[in-house]
Design a protein around this ligand. Structure first.
Ligand SMILES: *Cc1c(COP(=O)(O)O)cnc(C)c1O
Length: 392
């Protein structure tokens, strides 16, 4: 089957990335002071957990997103793990999250021996739906002295973990308001949402704590890395402590006061991160221009396009098309790969993965309708938009 809409899309994508073949989904660009800062870490010998770039990266990051505190860690996944511990999720608890996400979101819940409960997404944002969470809590929440319990499973519901999917802000204000009524802390998985705002505030700064990722495929990269942000000084201290093996500060004694983690971001990674952060505004500008062009073409061809939600400013980390049905989606992916365009299916829904098959869901009508029809298309910052990029 060949759909007449496929070739114009592929031809357009190839025009955006003329010197890449095949065209990857999302790759980093190093057009700033990355090499300079890296050399500085090596010359100084401060490559590991002590070094000025970590502090400076945290400071600049906190300022950019307007958070009081930022703690740099080795990955977004590690950040989610610490965030869940810090808001008090305990073994045997449950955490409400969405089914359409990268697997790390659900895995982090299992790392603290809690259980994910998958509640549906909104069609406009692809993020956790406050309406679906409200309906779920109305149906199952049983308030007790030490929290809200799930009357189906008998477990305590300890937190809510929404995702700003593909960089599109979900309805975080509504969700935070709802969760407050039930006394549930919100941890924002903002791994994909650096440079995204909702109602004038940066994604990741609405909940008790927010987590970002700097993996190689994210909007800016540190090689691997993540950032935990919060307005709460005690929570910031707690995640910093847990990320540095829970070592009690002392000039010469080695004392650790609980089981901690080796999750602190090394100085070499922070050096790259700082250089990347300096380029974020121009990355965002190019991604927005690319998204506008994709949207116009999709509209002209009659293909669905996942657009910026109301009241949101998206970073357009990964652009997504929505096809009429799964067969057309799959035919497009086959066509694209034959033509060297590495488009991708959306993630397999979490409750369809073997380790999450037994988890409770609310039926997930929206996620089940959308996920098999979504594809992500190449969305890297275009080379032409960068003057000083280091050519590979
Ligand atoms: C990338 C990502 C993570 C994990 O981040 P890493 O830095 O790769 O560990 C978590 N959640 C979502 C939604 C992501 O996209």
């Amino acid at each position: 089957m060949s759909d007449p809409r496929f070739e114009p899309l592929i031809a357009f994508i190839r025009q955006q990335y003329p010197d890449e073949d095949p065209i990857p989904l999302h790759v980093p660009r190093f057009a700033g002071r990355e090499a300079e800062y890296l050399t500085e870490t090596i010359r100084s010998t401060y490559v590991s957990y002590v070094g000025p770039f970590v502090r400076e990266f945290e400071r600049q990051f906190a300022r950019y997103v307007a958070a009081e505190h930022a703690v740099a860690v080795v990955s977004g996944t590690a950040g989610l793990h610490l965030a869940l511990l810090a808001v008090g999720v305990r073994p045997g608890d449950e955490v409400i999250t969405q089914p359409l996400t990268f697997v790390a979101t659900a895995n982090a819940i299992r790392y603290v021996n809690a259980h994910p409960v998958f509640v549906d997404i909104d069609a406009e944002t692809l993020g956790l739906s406050p309406d679906a969470v409200a309906a779920f809590l109305r149906a199952y929440a049983l308030p007790r002295s030490d929290g809200v319990y799930n009357r189906r499973t008998g477990r305590r519901i300890a937190a809510c973990l929404p995702v700003h999917t593909f960089g599109h802000p979900m309805r975080i204000t509504e969700l935070v308001g709802l969760c407050r009524e039930y006394g549930l802390p919100v941890v924002e998985d903002a791994a994909e949402a650096l440079g995204s705002w909702y109602q004038g505030r940066h994604a990741g700064t609405f909940g008790r704590v927010g987590v970002f990722s700097f993996n190689g495929n994210k909007i800016v990269t540190t090689g691997g890395g993540g950032m935990i942000v919060t307005q709460d000084p005690a929570l910031a201290d707690r995640v910093r402590h847990l990320s540095t093996t829970a070592k009690v500060p002392h000039p010469y004694e080695y004392v650790h006061d609980e089981v901690g983690y080796n999750y602190r971001m090394p100085n070499v990674n922070a050096a790259v991160g700082l250089a990347q952060l300096e380029q974020l505004p121009r990355f965002l500008e190019d991604k927005r221009a690319l998204a506008h062009a994709y949207r116009a073409l999709a509209q002209q061809l009659g293909v669905g396009f996942v657009d910026e939600p109301p009241a949101a400013r998206s970073n357009f980390w990964l652009n997504a098309l929505l096809w009429d049905d799964e067969a057309t989606r799959t035919a497009f992916l086959e066509y694209a790969h034959r033509r060297g365009v590495l488009a991708r299916a959306a993630w397999r829904l979490m409750p369809d993965l073997p380790m999450y098959r037994a988890c409770q869901t609310d039926g997930l009508p929206v996620a089940r309708s959308l996920a098999p029809r979504l594809v992500n298309i190449p969305s890297s910052v275009r080379r032409q938009s960068l003057a000083r990029e280091v050519q590979p």
